[in-house]
Ligand binder design. Sequence first.
Ligand SMILES: Cc1cc2nc3c(=O)[nH]c(=O)nc-3n(C[C@H](O)[C@H](O)[C@H](O)COP(=O)(O)O)c2cc1C
Length: 427
Amino acid sequence: MTVTIASPLTLPCGVTLSNRLAKAALTEGLSDGHNRATEAHQRLYRKWSEGGAGLVITGNVQVDRRYLERPGNIAIDSNGGEEALAALARAGTVGGNQLWMQLSHAGRQTIRYLNAEPVGPSAVPVKLPGGAFGKPRALTESDIAEVIARFTTAAGVARDTGFTGVQLHAAHGYLLSEFLSPKANQRTDQWGGSLENRARLLLTLVRSIRERVGPAFPICVKLNSADFQKGGFTDAESMQVAQWLQEAGVDLLEISGGTYEQLSFFGTGAEGDRAPAKAQSTLAREAYFLEYAERMRKVCRIPLMVTGGFRSLIGMNQALGEDALDVIGLGRPMCVDTDLPRRLLSGQASEAPRYENRLRMGPGILGPASTVNRIRNFNHMYAQGWYCVQLLRLGRGEEPDTGISSLRGIVQYLANEWRGVRALRGR
Ligand SMILES: Cc1cc2nc3c(=O)[nH]c(=O)nc-3n(C[C@H](O)[C@H](O)[C@H](O)COP(=O)(O)O)c2cc1C
């Protein structure tokens, strides 16, 4: 029978997703001054849970409060947030969906306002104009043991507070993806050098978490198909890591790509930007990691989720029908249309609105590839504020406001971030 978005999927651990739509991780920025979940999270997750996706993945939850991606991150770090997490989990499962907690460590992409000396595999700074991130300190052997313990503890807390699975964030240039990248990881010990060594932290974590949560609890990994940077993690390496993750018992692999230096997860520099439009099928243009997923399928049978660019029902069903992947991840549309999955499943909607097209700021001017990339990166960073503001509104119990200009979006977003920084500094 042809697989469609409505088909259930049973994962290797035995858990069944009721359909093939997943709300991808979206950082919420709604925690209190102790990085604990709040009522705003409950409001937001209740909406997503009622929205019909078989799987809802939380925004990144940090395993170490010293290394945050945003001041409003939830963290699991002896901060007494278990009850609030349990309330979030109850609200986020009212629709009978799976609710998985995304676990992360921001690594060298820790925001400077909160910590000017982040950590990473090596002392290699993020190359970005504006100095958003400080120069990292290389983790010591005992620091790495602590990172493993923190991720494992956090996975246990997720399970004990009612989340039904976890996802390890090993994409987008945060700590776990830094270890995989030969550009960011220049270590010469057992954690760096060969691919086997660079992947050791991620694989050790999967095994350690499996031991903590048991065989029937879903473990998912979000992995870059590549960093899309010269000297970075390549797609051939990513396919090898995927095979190791399959052997280690991972239940679902989410494919994304890029880092803050190269925002491919929004379509910059990924297949969608690289190949000439004429040479691509409509579907490949829509979902920019699809071509990679199809190649991955040939070497590895780990269940695959692809996130990035899916907007049309036809495109989603075609990708599923052609067995290119198993689960469709939806990110930006879910910031505005929280019940999009339900409407796609019932046939009430055939398309997610493409706000990203209208949020582009500059014209697509021609210039050297690096300039075009920089402009695209900037556009995506700029638009990110607009999406974050929609989540803040939903958290307050308000409706999204798509009439907000991207400039107003970024101003409101920055004001919120600054309030968050002050709340953390004042604690
Ligand atoms: C506001 C916003 C917040 C995001 N937060 C996260 C996050 O916490 N963790 C993560 O892995 N990806 C995050 N992403 C990336 C999305 O999960 C997704 O990979 C990306 O938006 C591409 O999918 P889309 O084209 O459906 O939006 C975020 C994206 C947006 C727009």
